[in-house]
Write a protein that binds this ligand. Structure first.
Ligand code: ADP
Length: 733
């Protein structure tokens, strides 16, 4: 035995001791004192280890892993009676200690741990099969020891870990169970969440479809947040793309509302739309009802469009903030409805005005009739009383005459008005001198104004005095206006009557402007549009003290309309009034010299279209006399056929009557203009009509004719027109 020191020496003493015990050579006498001492220590340690409560094992690391030592506690763990019994049970090897199923894993784990451990330590758990056959768990703290003298071996502390492991296993199982349970819960939650998400998605899609469905009629849909002053488009019309620059981007709501009104809304509706779409108004209105709408007009590409804007509260009930605004072009029905409403409103208003006017008229009439009637009665009685006083009687008779004239005028006006109202009346045209007519009216005005010391002046600027028209009606028009001027101008005032002619070249008509300007009481701005209405008077007789039925201007306007003219009034209260009548009258040229032009009549073939035989004869004669070649057609249809089948250049011009059987002149002109051959289609056509109104002239020009002349034929005018039309055509060729 050698001297030993260090930690492992005790184990080595023990090994020596065990070896000695095993070999049976145990002679103390052979040992030195120190050896004996060491042996005794080893012996005491062995006894101590034998008695410790935990298992202790020493076995060789190599070969069969032969067991060197097992203490009592370990032998007991294996339910063996003795070390010998233990060795037999384990076949004297560490391999016999470990449960066969765990052995490979345990040995691998041990060698791995030893390799990586600085202190050559390892820890394993494994099952054992004790002698009673009941499997148990142990834990094994091993230590690998290498000794040159004794070889490699392990010494190991082994203790029963069945309870610990079982507990841990139970815990692990519980944990696993818990985890599984949690996983299950999570899974079901996830499933539920998925289901819900699917439902939400479906609901979302459904809502989108509903929105699409409901909003199909809306060109633009915007979502607005009033609290945050934001607006977000959902769909945009071309119009609104301007405000959002074609992108679905968020804008400031207040800016958008303002810009929309300024850019698109019709000027007359701007105030209304701005009020109805102000953020405060939206809030206030939607607080009481979930939705409201407004109809208004927009101007888009210079056209008026009727728009309906619907505003819907889509947020909760507590405070209005989220709203949807839908814009759409109002369909025809609503548009018709709006128009119908407008018409009804106007009609109602008119009915109300007419009712008021009629009542005023009746009370005026009874007053206006009674005043002269009273005068008649009064002066008649006075005359009777003073029958012998010639001067007094004559004076009374004068007064009676004046009063009677007033009454007659009143009755006449009422009758005339009723007559004008009740039927269309024809024009009675004749040749007359327009300046003479105005002169006469001027003279009357001077006479009428004498008693009030009125200054009545006449101004005239006319190139063509002789005209063709309804003299009587024009006289009546001027008479009524001048009469009013005298009537409504206080003493010392002034009246200016003027006539101006505005001649348009190439036309046989001139526009004559008759103006009557007074320095009278004037008419307030609001009343001006109404003075042409029947029975309208600014002051009734009782207040104004001026006699009148309120029919004069109505009759005047009626007459002006009938002559195709226009009447306007410009007036200022207390300053005076100006009444202007503009009329187009056919002029009669006294200068019969027709304009020189280099058209050779013998080259010109004219187609005269006329159903009246006599007229046809006259026209043919006039034209042939001038050297023209004439062909004729007795209605529009024949004329169209003749032109359509003519050679180009065959006819130079068509003289077209308007009213004809089979096909009238305008239809014929349109048909000629629609011919395929451009040369034939563009043949000059001059209308010859009995109708002299501006509207007739316009209709002829609109039908494609070059000029419109009126009958009876004024030869120089006709020749002039033919020549200037041909010259024009020649110039354009
Ligand atoms: P009246 O018989 O009452 O004169 P009119 O139809 O001729 O009826 O005129 C209608 C109303 O227009 C008059 O009552 C008067 O208030 C106003 N009026 C017409 N002419 C003039 C004028 N020259 N100056 C001021 N007021 C006028």
């Amino acid at each position: 035995m050698n001297e030993r020191d260090g930690d492992n020496s005790i184990i080595e003493y023990m090994l020596d001791l065990l070896r000695i015990e095993e070999s049976g050579k145990f002679l103390l006498a052979d040992l030195s004192d120190s050896e004996r001492e060491n042996l005794s220590v080893a012996f005491r340690i062995k006894n101590f280890i034998d008695e410790i409560p935990g298992g202790f094992l020493i076995y060789y690391a190599d070969g069969d892993e032969k067991i060197v030592y097992a203490n009592k506690a370990l032998i007991k763990i294996f339910k063996c009676d003795s070390f010998a019994d233990f060795k037999a049970h384990t076949h004297n090897s560490f391999k016999g200690i470990v449960h066969p199923d765990d052995l490979d894993g345990v040995e691998q784990s041990i060698s791995k741990q030893i390799e990586s451990s600085m202190d050559n330590l390892d820890y394993v758990e494994y099952r054992i099969i004790p002698k009673d056959g009941i499997v148990r768990w142990v834990e094994d703290y091993g230590h690998f020891v290498h000794r040159e003298s004794a070889g490699d071996f392990y010494y190991v502390f082994i203790s029963d870990a069945t309870e610990k492991v079982t507990r841990r296993m139970v815990e692990t199982a519980t944990l696993i169970n818990d985890r599984k349970e949690k996983e299950k819960q999570l899974l079901s939650l996830t499933e539920e969440y998925d289901k819900e998400r699917k439902l939400i998605r479906q609901e979302h899609l459904r809502r989108l479809e509903v929105i699409e469905g409901l909003s199909v009629n809306y060109d633009s849909i915007l979502y607005a947040d009033l609290d945050n002053n934001k607006v977000l488009p959902y769909r945009l019309s071309v119009r609104l793309e301007r405000q959002f620059e074609k992108k679905l981007q968020v804008r400031e709501l207040a800016w958008f509302l303002d810009d929309y009104v300024k850019t698109w809304v019709h000027p007359d509706d701007r105030k209304y739309v701005a009020e109805q779409t102000s953020i405060e108004h939206i809030r206030k209105t939607l607080a009481n009802s979930p939705t409201y709408y407004l109809n208004y007009r927009c101007i888009y590409k210079k056209e008026t469009q009727y728009i309906q804007l619907r505003i819907v509260n889509v947020g909760g009930n507590d405070g209005v903030s989220q709203v949807v605004m839908g814009y759409r072009n109002v369909d025809e029905e609503v548009m018709r409805e709006m128009k119908r409403k407008q018409i009804l409103e106007v009609a109602l208003n008119n009915a109300k005005i007419a009712e008021v006017a009629k009542n005023t008229f009746l009370s005026n009439m009874s007053h206006d009739m009674r005043t002269p009637l009273n005068a008649v009665y009064g002066y008649a009685a006075l005359a009777r009383k003073n029958i012998d006083d010639r001067t007094a009687v004559l004076d009374a008779l004068d007064k009676i005459e004046t009063a009677s004239t007033c009454m007659l005028d009143l009755v006449e006006k009422v009758l005339e008005f009723t007559y004008l109202e009740s039927k269309e009346h024809a024009l009675d045209e004749e040749e007359f001198n327009v300046c003479e007519l105005v002169n006469e009216e001027h003279a009357t005005a001077v006479r009428m104004g004498e008693s009030k010391r009125l200054t009545v002046e006449l101004h005239s600027s006319v190139a063509h005095e002789n005209v063709y028209g309804d003299k009587q009606k024009l006289q009546q028009i001027l008479h009524n206006i001048i009469n009013n001027a005298v009537k409504y101008t206080p003493a010392g005032g002034r009246i200016d009557i003027s006539i101006d002619e505005n001649k348009t070249e190439t036309s046989e008509f001139s526009t004559y402007k008759f103006t009557v300007k007074d320095t009278g009481i004037g008419i307030d701005k609001d009343s001006i549009p109404r003075i042409f209405e029947p029975f309208e008077r600014m002051y009734n007789t009782t207040h104004g003290g001026i006699y009148g039925a309120g029919l004069g201007l109505t009759i005047t306007k009626n007459l002006v309309d009938h002559l195709g003219g226009e009447i306007t009034c410009d007036s200022e209260l207390d300053k005076g009034s100006t009444f202007t009548v503009a009329l187009s009258l056919k002029i009669i040229k006294t200068d019969k010299q027709s304009q020189a032009c280099d058209i050779d009549a013998s080259d010109v073939k004219i187609l005269v279209v006329e159903d009246n035989e006599l007229n046809m004869e006259i026209e043919t004669e006039i034209l042939e006399e001038q050297g023209f070649t004439v062909d004729t057609a007795i209605n529009g249809k024949i004329a169209v056929d003749k032109i359509a089948s003519a050679k180009p250049d065959e006819y130079s011009l068509v003289l077209m009557d308007i009213q004809m059987p089979v096909m009238d002149g305008r239809t014929a002109a349109k048909a000629i203009r629609a011919l395929d051959d451009p040369e034939l289609a563009n043949i000059p056509i001059i209308a010859l009509s009995a109708n002299a109104f501006e509207s007739d002239k316009r209709a002829s020009i609109e039908a494609g004719m070059n000029a419109h002349l009126t009958k009876p034929i004024d030869v120089p005018v006709l020749l002039d027109a033919i020549k200037s039309t041909l010259a024009e055509v020649k110039k354009n060729q």
